[in-house]
Ligand binder design. Structure first.
Ligand SMILES: [Zn+2]
Length: 583
């Protein structure tokens, strides 16, 4: 959680608002017993399964599983980050926001870094405005004054000039250093500026604050681009360039166009296409994929289809698929990026290509086929193997259609392909698809959930879980994290689901917590502590059982490889005794 959203502020907001009031400003709520119900705004449904509880100050949809507190609701609805949601509500409540963390060191450091960046950006801009040669260069590239100003383009002079001008503007060396705008070189006296004789692109975060810079050379020297080094406010793996300008358009169009370069973003914006962002570097990071997912479910990748562009597309794919994003590829002419295409052929040419964007599956199919000189039976087998690996990651609904397209393109029987795929899936699952295993896992999961539910309702049970050191017996990492957080909160006094949701931040946690809080109690027994003890014992026993089969496997492997098995024997005896005594 960012430093400027203090716990105190969050508490004040939560006390100020009623989740029922907030949610009912967006969707009509109907009273149903102690709760309120509505048609879920986050998935299509005909009968209401979206529940808001005034008592617990939570919401949960029993249809799609989304849930949380009022911050979660705003984050989902307005597609904003946690700090943004906090700010929206703080403004609404008239609680002054930026003053709250005054005096906290980290917060001040960040604020100072933003301010320094702002001042430096202005300095770079002023230099650009005075430099006719650079202005001519930008004009030749087709950039208008308006867009140059909007994106805050500037120019970095020599090291000496930069330091002199910074001093005139009263930007301290300490601040320049903290924002990584200057550095010292080894064995030499004095400071040098990080950007020299480069066209400067300020890099904005989602809220539009300048968090870093990129500098581009204007001749053919290398490296073509230099980015700010990581700083208190800049982490390029967590930023999509241009998102601050494009988020509205992305929401409206429900699609995001992903390009490689800053210049591509600016050129497309200028041509009127605004739902565009650039990855900072060629392949995406998990943080960037989460950022994409927050704004759109559909991504169109418009990278230059040279070798690097293709490799980047392939590398990013798994992350995008895992996030359940619909990925399409805009087929760019080889060696051309969107900026060049728009400059030479106009925006319509780009739009035409965008209209013909193909799903990732077909892109890979085309690529696999064109990489082969023949299409003999063995080649077809290779192509099928590549495409099956993608099918594995595709949602079930889409799969049938893809198999049909694969069979048409390769002229193979559709039914056989389908059978082949299901065989492959079965084999990979192996042991895990066996019935007895599934049953064990199911009971494990339901026990973990039931125990967490009891913990949420009664502090005494959290204490028991803590004392019995049960945390490591949770197999599901999200469940374990929630349990850990509850134990941590135990020390601080009051525990509520809403507080827990704020502490854990991520949507997967908020949805789990709201579902535990608002579902019927899984166990109807009166003596909750006894029930909890039974659950704890079960989880303990199941852990030993898993360890027992692991050790047996290890022994078997060691025997097969002629290694000594002594080290496993003692543990086996111990585990065996445990099994006998308790089952
Ligand atoms: Zn729903």
């Amino acid at each position: 959680m960012p430093s400027f959203t203090s716990q105190e502020l969050i508490e004040r907001i939560i006390n100020h608002f009623d989740i029922v009031d907030i949610v009912s400003q967006y969707i009509p709520l109907k009273k149903a017993g102690r709760n309120y119900k509505a048609l879920c705004p986050f998935h299509e449904e005909k009968t209401p399964s979206f529940v808001v509880s005034p008592e617990k100050q939570l919401f949960h949809c029993f249809g799609c599983g989304i849930g949380g507190n009022l911050f979660t609701f705003l984050m989902k609805w307005e597609k904003v980050t946690f700090p943004e949601a906090v700010k929206m509500l703080a403004d609404k409540a008239g609680i002054s926001f930026p003053t709250l963390d005054r005096g906290k060191k980290k917060g001040v450091g960040r604020e100072e870094a933003y301010r320094t960046n702002e001042l430096a950006a202005r300095l770079f801009q002023e230099i650009l405005e005075k430099n006719k040669a650079i202005q001519d260069y930008l004009r030749k590239r087709g950039f208008t004054q308006k867009v140059i100003r909007e994106f805050g383009l500037g120019y970095a002079p020599s090291s000496g000039d930069f330091l002199k001008l910074a001093r005139q503007k009263e930007i301290s060396l300490k601040n320049l250093k903290q924002s990584n705008l200057v550095g010292t070189s080894q064995g030499k006296e004095g400071w040098y500026s990080w950007f020299r004789f480069r066209l400067i692109f300020p890099i904005f975060d989602t809220e539009g604050r300048i968090c870093g810079f990129a500098g581009r050379v204007l001749d053919n020297s290398l490296p073509k681009y230099v980015n700010s080094p990581q700083s208190v406010v800049f982490d390029k793996g967590k930023i999509l360039y241009g998102l601050n300008f494009s988020k509205e358009a992305i929401r409206k169009k429900e699609e995001m166009i992903l390009v490689e370069g800053y210049i591509d973003v600016i050129a497309l914006h200028q041509a009127g296409l605004e739902n565009v962002v650039a990855s900072m570097g060629t392949s995406l990071t998990p943080s960037q994929v989460r950022l994409i997912k927050r704004y759109s479910d559909r991504v169109l990748i418009a990278y230059d289809q040279d070798k690097a562009g293709i490799a980047a597309t392939l590398r990013s794919f798994d992350l995008l698929m895992n996030a359940d994003l619909q990925v399409e590829i805009v087929n760019m002419p080889q060696g051309m990026d969107p900026e060049e295409l728009v400059r030479k052929e106009g925006i319509d040419s780009f739009l035409e290509k965008k209209k013909k964007a193909i799903p990732y599956f077909d892109y890979r199919l085309d690529m696999a086929i064109s990489n082969r000189s023949s299409m003999a039976r063995r080649d077809k087998g290779d192509v099928v193997a590549i495409l099956f690996s993608i099918l594995e990651k595709t949602k079930l609904e889409g799969r049938q259609e893809m198999i049909r397209r694969l069979s048409q393109r390769l002229d193979l029987d559709e039914e056989s392909l389908r059978a082949e795929l299901s065989k492959l899936r079965g084999r990979e699952r192996g042991f895990f698809s066996r019935r007895e295993f599934l049953e064990i896992e199911d009971k494990q999961m339901s026990t973990e959930k039931a125990l967490l539910q009891l913990m949420l309702n009664e502090k005494a049970i959290i204490r028991i879980v803590k004392e019995r050191e049960c945390i490591d017996n949770f197999v599901d990492s999200s469940h374990r994290k929630i349990a850990e957080e509850m134990i941590a909160l135990l020390e601080e006094g009051e525990i509520s689901s809403s507080k827990l949701i704020n502490r854990l931040g991520e949507e997967k946690f908020s949805s789990l917590i709201s579902s535990f809080s608002l579902s019927e109690e899984l166990s109807q027994e009166e003596d909750k502590e006894q029930v909890a003890m039974d659950f704890i014992n079960y989880l303990q026993k199941n852990k030993k059982r898993r360890r027992f089969s692991e050790v047996r496997k290890k022994i078997k492997e060691s025997e097969e490889e002629g290694e000594k098995i002594d080290k496993w024997l003692y543990e086996t005896i111990e585990l065996n005794q445990f099994r006998k005594s308790k089952s």
